[in-house]
Ligand binder design. Structure first.
Ligand code: SF4
Length: 455
């Protein structure tokens, strides 16, 4: 049962009678104990921030202070992934903390050489997206053969080829035990416990100190299983809602997330795992369903195969969803030389919002024309937004020109400003005496033509 802000306040130093000497001391970062209590109730603060809570109160508060979605960690040879700990339904309410782990299925029916090749390709896959390195998170080894030795050998082949976190997929406790033998150095996710096998799976999970996924096709079924497993001593759980259709999956995962966050219903307060290929033969539909599940609300998404054409869009979607909306993606302000510029190459100014920077830099780079890109610190905003917010004005641009030392790198005194801020031209001429201010195009895509014709 969730505690209200006032219930919590009564257990904090300020709510006691007589009040604790440290009441309202602000050391938690909030102005009063009541303000802190309200944040705790909203899951936007950690109880550990107050050092003056009694042990007795701590015990009572633990349920209210615990994250509504349990944090689950998988690891392999020091590389780890964490999912869970989410506190909001929608990213704009605060942020999402742990990106959905995107993993690739490895059926044990492949040969050892094929498995090693697949595992290595998945582990080595890395793409650069606006300065971020995007990559896969792990592999889901599936006991598709039904043979214990074959499953164990498949796990061994994956381990021999890479150090990625693993999910072991089988409902057969005998096969799971065989696979676990080959997981030294790994904390895998065991998938899955069902109504038929949960006691044996619980035993394996406890022995391996590994999290356990729970599979059922209804919310009631999932909750019943997690309650039994918690009572049996397995607390690190993941839910596999075995509802595979587009609408069924969306409806079920949304209800699960709402129950966990809004009703604080502990039996479903765990991350989710999904298998978007189950029941689907068209890879395009698999990708669409995976995209839906990355957005809502999977913690682990297992894809049917390693296919960069499918993986790249999902990684980009995930990067955009799991970026903190209050912290724009930024690049370092400064001078960026493109295509080995010489002293007569053009100087162009833009802002340090990553997408703006990469749009401009990519256009200049792919044109083959050399240039100096001056990136102003506009607090990670795009050109127009920064201009409207007063973060990209004549003074800021002039400061960037002066502080970056570009004058020593070029033999001319011309600087191109984005067409969207042409209005700054006059003011900038006053700020930068001796410099000629040129107004470039509004869109980055028009820069190559501008550089060829107007520079
Ligand atoms: S740290 Fe915060 S909650 Fe704790 S006593 Fe001080 S003001 Fe109150």
């Amino acid at each position: 049962m969730a505690l209200s802000g006032l219930d919590i306040y009564k257990l904090l130093p300020g709510g006691q009678k007589p009040p604790h000497p440290k009441a309202n001391c602000k050391e938690c970062g909030f102005p009063t104990c009541l303000a802190f209590a309200m944040k705790l109730a909203a899951k936007q603060a950690e109880l550990a921030a107050c050092k003056y809570v009694s042990d007795e109160a701590k015990a009572k508060l633990s349920a209210a202070a615990a994250p509504p979605i349990r944090l689950i960690t998988l690891s392999a040879d020091g590389r780890k992934i964490e999912v869970g700990n989410e506190t909001v339904l929608f990213r704009h309410e605060k942020t999402f903390f742990h990106p959905a782990a995107i993993m690739v299925r490895v059926p044990d029916t492949l040969s050892a050489a094929e498995i090693a090749k697949l595992a290595k390709a998945a582990a080595d896959y890395k793409v650069d997206y606006v300065g971020m390195a995007l990559q896969l998170d792990g592999l889901a080894v599936e006991a598709a053969s039904g043979d214990a030795n074959q499953f164990a050998e498949a796990v061994a082949a994956v381990r021999g080829a890479c150090a990625m976190p693993l999910v072991l997929v089988t409902e057969d406790p005998g096969l799971m035990a065989a696979g676990l033998v080959k997981t030294a150095g790994v904390t895998p996710l065991l998938c899955a416990a069902t109504a038929a096998n949960w006691e044996a799976m619980a035993k394996l999970a406890k022995e391996a100190k590994a999290p356990l996924a729970v599979r059922a096709d209804s919310i009631a079924g999932l909750a019943e299983l997690t309650e039994k497993l918690v009572a049996a001593g397995v607390e690190d759980l993941v839910l596999d809602p075995a509802v595979r259709s587009f609408s069924g999956s969306l409806q079920t995962v949304t209800q699960l997330r709402r129950l966990a966050l809004k009703k604080n219903y502990r039996p479903v307060g765990y991350p989710l795992i999904t298998f978007p290929y189950l029941g689907i033969s068209d890879p395009a539909l698999e990708e669409l369903l995976a995209g839906q599940q990355v957005a809502k609300y999977a913690g682990f998404v297992v894809l049917s195969k390693f296919d960069p054409a499918m993986i790249y869009p999902l990684l980009v979607l995930r990067a955009n969803l799991f970026t903190d909306p209050q912290k724009p993606i930024q690049v370092e302000p400064g001078v960026y030389p493109i295509n080995r510029p010489t002293a007569d190459a053009p100087v162009m100014v833009t802002t340090n919002f990553s997408i703006t920077y990469f749009a401009v830099a990519n256009e200049v780079e792919s044109s083959g024309l050399p240039g100096w890109l001056l990136v102003a610190d506009a607090e990670g905003m795009s050109v127009l937004t920064a201009w409207a917010a007063g973060k990209f004005d004549a003074e800021k641009i002039a400061k960037t020109v002066k502080n970056t030392g570009i004058a020593e790198k070029v033999s001319h005194r011309k600087v191109v400003i984005p067409g969207h801020v042409a209005v700054l031209m006059g003011e900038l001429e006053e700020e930068l005496p001796g410099w000629q201010i040129k107004v470039g195009p509004r869109e980055a895509v028009d820069l190559p033509r501008y550089l060829k014709t107007a520079w």
